[in-house]
Design a protein around this ligand. Structure first.
Ligand SMILES: NC(=O)c1ccc[n+]([C@@H]2O[C@H](COP(=O)([O-])OP(=O)(O)OC[C@H]3O[C@@H](n4cnc5c(N)ncnc54)[C@H](O)[C@@H]3O)[C@@H](O)[C@H]2O)c1
Length: 313
């Protein structure tokens, strides 16, 4: 049986990944400091997995938890919104935390078969062309993105120095159950939570900025397929939908789902610093290497998310 450890496994994507890896037949260890993740996210699988409360900034915590694991999925993060107000903890968790993961991977390299690092489409910064492929140069418009570029460089360095069998997956905007409204929430939880209460979604700027939205089950199956792809070792791949949606279109779709057309109109406020104007992934490498093909269209995914929220908040 493959023994896997997921850092950030109590979070939105990590808990969905924990369920999927359990379904694959793995022995699953979740490693999380519960700063943003929740034990309820693991309620379906709690009895079948091991949960370790620990901090990726603490090498000893990680060393103890990763002994004898076959695969590490490194998802623990402090996100973009946090980075706008607290850059140092974001650097510590995302960059130092990733170096720590590399160090324990090296210590465990006789047994370790895979180290997967969840990076982000934000590492391309203000892109020079669209859709953005994995050969696009690095850029960065915020501290979160910079911390992920640094994390990727550590992963690549440990691959080159010690042949740590790593794979980098650059995720674009992901949504779905367990993505919740916090002070730092992403656009979909924010809009859905306002529209369901009859309030207008608040759009920063003109709303013509675009994003690539993917339902969480598609992202998780992409992460697993990428981890199983030998050709990807030492390399990176984009995971997204490959479709570009404007924030105005997103707001309108959510308004339609709640049957509030004509009753609610989005409100526009000033643009947010560091926001990208366009974002859309070229997913052809993932399609070619492991047949990646997202299955859930945006409107259906948003409906599923709305249904989940109706019973979970
Ligand atoms: N959600 C998205 O749209 C998106 C897009 C691109 C990339 N990603 C990447 O996917 C990964 C998962 O993101 P998510 O949306 O599930 O975020 P999340 O915030 O829901 O999950 C992150 C988890 O990391 C944990 N964590 C934070 N600091 C920690 C620390 N010091 N030690 C141990 N655990 C710690 C949190 O408690 C949380 O459970 C991240 O690496 C993120 O950068 C996500």
């Amino acid at each position: 049986m493959t023994k896997v450890l997921i850092t950030g496994g109590a979070g939105f994507i990590g808990s969905t990944l924990a369920e999927a890896l359990l379904e694959r037949g793995d022995e699953v260890i979740v490693f999380d400091d519960f700063s943003n993740g929740k034990i309820q996210n693991l309620s379906r699988v709690r009895k079948q997995i091991k949960i370790v409360k620990g901090d990726v900034r603490n090498l000893e915590d990680l060393r103890a938890a990763t002994k004898h694991v076959d695969e590490i999925f490194h998802l623990a993060v402090k996100n973009l919104r946090v980075s706008l107000v607290q850059p140092i903890p974001v650097h510590d968790v995302n960059t130092t935390g990733t170096l720590n993961v590399c160090i324990v991977a090296k210590e465990n390299r006789k047994k370790l078969k895979r180290l997967v690092f969840t990076s982000t489409g934000e590492v391309y910064g203000l892109a020079q062309y669209f859709p953005i492929d994995v050969n696009h140069p690095y850029g960065s418009t915020n501290v979160y993105a910079a911390s992920k570029v640094a994390g990727e460089m550590y992963i690549k360095t440990y691959y080159h120095l010690y042949k740590i069998p790593s794979v980098i997956v650059r995720l674009f905007n992901t949504y779905g159950p367990r993505s919740v409204r916090t002070g730092y929430a992403e656009v979909i939880p924010k809009f859905v939570n306002r529209v369901r209460k009859g309030l207008p979604p608040i759009i920063h700027g003109d709303g013509k900025q675009t994003r690539d939205f993917t339902y969480v089950s598609d992202i998780v199956s992409g992460i697993i397929s990428a981890s199983e792809c030998d050709e990807l070792v030492g390399d990176a791949v984009n995971l997204g939908s490959g479709k570009e949606t404007s924030i105005n279109e997103l707001a309108e779709t959510i308004i339609q789902i709640y049957g509030k057309e004509g009753k609610i109109k989005p409100k526009h406020t000033k643009p947010r610093i560091g926001d990208l104007r366009r974002s859309v992934a070229d997913i052809s490498k993932a399609s070619r290497l492991f047949g990646y093909k997202p299955k859930v269209p945006l409107k259906l995914g948003l409906k599923k998310y709305a249904e989940w929220l109706a019973v979970n908040s």
